[in-house]
Ligand binder design. Structure first.
Ligand SMILES: Nc1nc2c(ncn2[C@@H]2O[C@H](COP(=O)(O)OP(=O)(O)OP(=O)(O)O)[C@@H](O)[C@H]2O)c(=O)[nH]1
Ligand SMILES: [Mg+2]
Length: 618
């Protein structure tokens, strides 16, 4: 990108779950996480595209309902948009995005964004959902009423993106002006405060009015930095004057905005038919039912862990077959000796052990992605809210916990959507107790060692699947118990009630599901590929060295003798083959026993013997 290019920074701002990240990914070709529940994006992310001679820098942000932010992720959005974030240039313009099927509610934030003194475009996303709802939108009318360009899109299917891209590179539209009014006495106070802000150079000219409204009519979040004392004093004085006149200043902003929004919507939306109960509502009557909800949830989890066993076997066998072929080929290609042993028994065996677990991880993350992208995740939070509340946490803590099944790191990131600082910390502390997918192989090995794979429980469930479910359930229970302990001791305090939008159910997008699966698999391979490979090579070395050890028997000699004896008679040959194998096993066992690792195991034996283990486990 040359210097001659114009660069333009745009922030993507919209309500949670309105499709910001879907649009961001579609525009920039990046692969940020998308999911059908509020609070998926918790961090800002920049992407670039070139449109003609203009380079657009687009910033994806966490969703917010308004610019008066409460939780950490919301604060990121507010600070970026208001240009308060250190080290980040404020965006020159805002690409506001709304769910067109929920226009009235979505416009609240848009009206706030329109007061930032910066150009605004409005992308009307989910036009397909608006159609399905029977809404007809008059786009010209909407654009005129709002005073900003309006572009209809369906981000998930790429509809309208070309037009959007073009519009974004055109000369900037003028910054919109505020079109709704507060009661006159409040307007007077706002104007005075705005003047003060401009004079003190707190904010630049056009944004002062919006900032004055925020300062005057919003209670600051508790753990936000308060404004400078003299400003704070001016705000308090103004509020007192209003209260003296019997004005409820705290309700004025919402009333003023919504009154205006309602008239805008009335002029621009035509409803062709009134739909009573939507399909989502009907599904939710069962899914969030007091009794059926939790049962369904437990059943779903059980099914998922059953499937991991049922479906992973075939691909795992295929992988191990391929690894065998590869090992054999390697042995052929390399002269026998230490290098060949290292390659086959160390490297290839290690790699094989790692990728053998890929099918299971892909299956697990496939289901988690389905839960996330259909919209079930928000219901799971709702269902678990009752249980979580018993231990003093809110259902919101459950989404990060369930996401931690795939990997604890994004799970911990997801806690940013929790408003309450104590709850957030507790959730972060307990998230690692949830079993992340990289722990799956360990469970599988243990289950494989202790339970026969074909055993069934009550005829239907495979025992192994039930045990695995139990392991994960144990993780949840341990996490919740630890959470309870924290909330009882170090981090007392009530959790705010769970207020969370239940998004409509949506057909999961194959792209999103694939993305979730492959990024988890990638994480696993990366970690396993480095750590496990290194460990398995070290283990191989320790298990096979020292090479020159005094063995109790002359295995090579005995084998030769057996082979010689068996010459000629087929019956004797079969017998000899068995004895040869037995000899080899014995030799391997003795070499292992005398290797470094065997020695170490022997050293540990006295310690672990009381547990019923012998030196081999150590
Ligand atoms: N029907 C329909 N669904 C869409 C459209 N755009 C996005 N979605 C779906 O809406 C859901 C939310 O998408 P995201 O892109 O994660 O929403 P977001 O605004 O980034 O959400 P947060 O990061 O939580 O604020 C996903 O299930 C998308 O597949 C659209 O135009 N039509
Ligand atoms: Mg997002």
């Amino acid at each position: 990108m040359g210097d001659a290019q114009a660069r333009r920074r745009l922030a993507l701002v919209g309500n949670p779950n309105c499709g910001k990240t879907t649009l961001f990914n579609a525009l920039t070709g990046l692969r940020q996480k998308v999911g059908n529940y509020p609070g998926v994006t918790v961090e800002k992310k920049e992407g670039r595209i070139a449109v003609g001679a203009t380079e657009l820098v687009i910033i994806d942000l966490p969703g917010v309902y308004s610019l008066s932010a409460r939780s950490l992720d919301e604060r990121i959005t507010r600070d970026v948009v208001l240009g308060r974030q250190a080290g980040t240039d404020p965006p020159e313009a805002i690409l506001a995005i709304v769910d067109a099927s929920n226009l009235e509610r979505s416009l609240y934030l848009v009206t706030q964004v329109m007061e930032l003194g910066r150009p605004v475009w409005l992308a009307l996303n989910m036009m397909d959902a608006a159609d399905a709802k029977g809404l007809t939108l008059d786009l010209d009318q909407l654009s005129q009423a709002l005073g900003v360009p309006v572009i209809p899109i369906v981000a998930s299917r790429g509809v309208g993106l070309e037009a959007l891209r073009r519009r974004l590179a055109e000369p900037l539209p003028p910054a919109p002006t505020r079109r709704w009014r507060l009661p006159q006495v409040i307007e007077t106070e706002v104007a005075a405060l705005a003047e003060r802000l401009r004079a003190g150079r707190w904010v630049d000219g056009a944004a002062a009015e919006g900032e004055a409204i925020r300062l005057l009519l919003n209670d600051a979040a508790e753990d936000d930095a308060p404004p400078p004392p003299d400003l704070q004093a001016a705000v308090e004085a103004a509020r007192e004057r209003l209260e003296g006149m019997g004005i409820e200043w705290w309700a004025a902003e919402a009333e003023g905005r919504y009154d205006w929004i309602r008239t805008v919507c009335q002029s621009a939306i035509r409803k062709t038919e009134q739909l009573e109960r939507t399909t989502s509502d009907r599904i939710d009557a069962v899914v969030t039912h007091r009794l059926w909800g939790p049962l369904l949830f437990a059943g779903l989890m059980l099914f998922i862990f059953q499937s991991i066993f049922a479906w992973a076997q075939a691909p795992m066998d295929a992988i191990s077959w391929m690894m065998d072929q590869l090992s054999a080929a390697t042995r052929q290609a390399l002269p026998s000796g230490a290098v060949s042993d290292l390659m086959v028994d160390g490297v290839l065996a290690g790699v094989g052990a790692v990728i053998a677990f890929l099918p299971q991880i892909l299956i697990l993350t496939f289901f988690i992605a389905l839960l996330e992208d259909t919209g079930y995740m928000a219901r799971a939070a709702f269902i678990m809210d009752r249980l979580m509340r018993q231990v003093g946490l809110s259902g919101k803590s459950f989404i990060p916990l369930l996401s931690s099944f795939a990997c604890a790191i994004p799970g911990i990131m997801a806690t940013r959507a929790i408003e309450n600082a104590k709850d957030r910390l507790v959730t972060i502390l307990i998230a690692p107790l949830m079993s992340c997918s990289a722990r799956l192989p360990v469970y599988m090995l243990m289950i494989g060692a202790f339970f026969p794979s074909d055993q069934r429980l009550w005829g239907v469930f495979s025992t192994a699947g039930v045990i695995l479910f139990g392991m994960y359930a144990l993780g949840i229970i341990a996490a919740i118990a630890a959470g309870w302990l924290f909330k009882k001791t170090l981090m007392r305090g009530d959790s705010p009630p769970l207020i969370m939008e239940l998004p409509p159910y949506r057909a999961p997008s194959p792209r999103t599901v694939a993305l979730t699966m492959f990024s988890a698999a990638g994480q696993f391979l990366y970690r396993a590929g480095t750590v496990i490979l290194a460990i398995s090579m070290v283990l191989w070395f320790l298990a096979t060295h020292p090479r020159q050890v005094a063995l109790s028997r002359d295995y090579a000699g005995e084998r030769a003798a057996v082979a010689e004896l068996a010459q000629g008679s087929p019956a004797a040959e079969a017998d000899a083959a068995a004895r040869l194998q037995a000899l080899e096993r014995l030799e391997k066992a003795e070499r292992l026993e005398k290797s470094f690792i065997g020695q170490a195991g022997k050293l540990l034996e006295p310690i672990i013997a009381p547990l019923g283990f012998n030196w081999k486990i150590g």
